[in-house]
Design a protein around this ligand. Structure first.
Ligand SMILES: [Mg+2]
Length: 383
């Protein structure tokens, strides 16, 4: 069998799907994208296709190494997301050829179902309690929300009070009937992270995500020493070679590689195993579409330390397209009470992509961009 063609489709809300075709008619799907930089990743997929067209799709490990090492320059969001999407599609093809779900090919499941959580709130935290109530009616009990709005490198006590008061209100409203993680989203500087984690500790968030930016990772162990709240990070780290530094330094309790940013299934299974060796939990990042989510779940089902799976159903970014829109066998991604995902029964990634709809929606798709925020003094703020 040989790979014959790679086709990318940019689709709403802000995703890109990849179709990999073979000379025997077996087709695989992947989701290579960097949110807001879909066209850049599209160009990278096009260039990387030189390494895979005409090749045997069963040799995923070799094709991965060729794409990673074959171009001299490597790593980073764009290359690793392009590799990730191609890798997912190759696993989809392998599973379809062998008639088995990907998790079976990875050694079989370690769990019967996988806990997911859902997002609440937009970028500007408001009405969070009402949103949590609405999602609880759909069976969810675990949530994530942004921890604060934009925050200066040294912020006012007013800004700190606003962040803390919101969390206090949520805990007061729900007691311990819900769990919630707080995403600092890289908005908080090292000096303020120290202040905020201390103030938020009494409300026992499940974790604090990106307490500082990934490029300030040397602060993770220092912040961790000052709090009992588990720290999470990883959505802006792209390979084993970045995660190894974080694991060696310590401080992170939950690793969050993104299956569409960190080299795909092949790489993230290895990252998960590295985390397990350090007694670090896995919670793959996934504010993306159905193919990325399916890839995450296959890794979760074979990784003992996988503890929570992010998913973007109903997330505030999903304007013009929802996770299940593009899937024909919607039941495969339907979450049970408590937000549990079940193992896939179909071969490959286990989801059937609605190609007709993908093509239709890819015809007129707006380029998604995250907002550019500014502080009160006009300087750029982290979003
Ligand atoms: Mg995040």
């Amino acid at each position: 069998m040989k790979i014959t063609k790679l086709t990318t489709y940019r689709v709403p809300p802000r995703w890109m799907f990849l179709k990999v075709e073979t000379d025997e008619g077996v087709v695989g799907w992947g989701e290579p994208v960097v949110e807001g930089r879909a066209r850049t990743v599209e160009a990278a997929v096009s260039e990387l296709s030189e390494f895979v067209i005409g090749k045997d799709p069963s040799r995923i490990n070799d094709l991965w190494q060729a794409m990673y090492r074959g171009g001299f320059y490597r790593g980073g969001a764009v290359f690793m997301s392009a590799i990730a999407g191609i890798d997912q599609a190759l696993w989809d093809i392998k599973g379809k050829v062998l008639g088995a779900p990907v998790f079976e090919l990875l050694g079989g499941r370690v769990r019967d179902r996988m806990k997911t959580y859902c997002w609440v709130g937009g970028d500007r935290p408001a009405d969070v309690i009402a949103q949590i109530r609405a999602r609880m009616e759909h069976g969810f009990d675990t949530f994530k929300m942004n921890g604060c709005e934009e925050m200066s490198i040294i912020a006012s006590s007013k800004a700190v009070d606003a962040a803390v008061a919101r969390v206090a209100e949520i805990r007061e409203a729900f007691g311990n009937t819900i769990e919630f993680g707080l995403d600092f989203h890289g908005r908080v500087s090292a000096p303020m992270a120290k202040v905020l984690v201390k103030e938020l500790e009494p409300f026992r968030p499940l974790f604090i995500e990106e307490p500082v930016l990934a490029e300030q990772a040397e602060y993770y162990p220092r912040i961790a020493e000052q709090t009992s709240i588990p720290l999470a990070a990883g959505e802006r780290m792209y390979s084993r070679y970045e995660f190894k530094h974080v694991l060696e330094r310590g401080g992170i309790s939950i690793l969050q590689p993104d299956l569409s940013h960190a080299g795909g299934i092949t790489e993230c299974v290895k990252i998960a195993a590295m985390a397990e060796a350090y007694d670090v939990a896995l919670a793959p990042h996934c504010p993306l579409g159905p193919i990325a989510l399916a890839a995450c779940l296959h890794v979760d089902f074979v990784s003992w330390n996988a503890t929570l799976q992010e998913q973007s159903m109903g997330i505030h970014y999903n304007k013009g397209g929802e996770v299940l829109d593009y899937v024909l066998n919607k039941d495969a991604l339907k979450l049970d009470d408590g937000g549990y995902a079940k193992p896939f029964t179909g071969p490959g990634l286990g989801i059937e992509v609605n190609e007709e709809l993908v093509i239709e929606r890819s015809r007129e798709v707006a380029d998604w961009r995250n907002p550019l925020w500014r502080h009160a003094d006009g300087s750029v703020a982290e979003w």
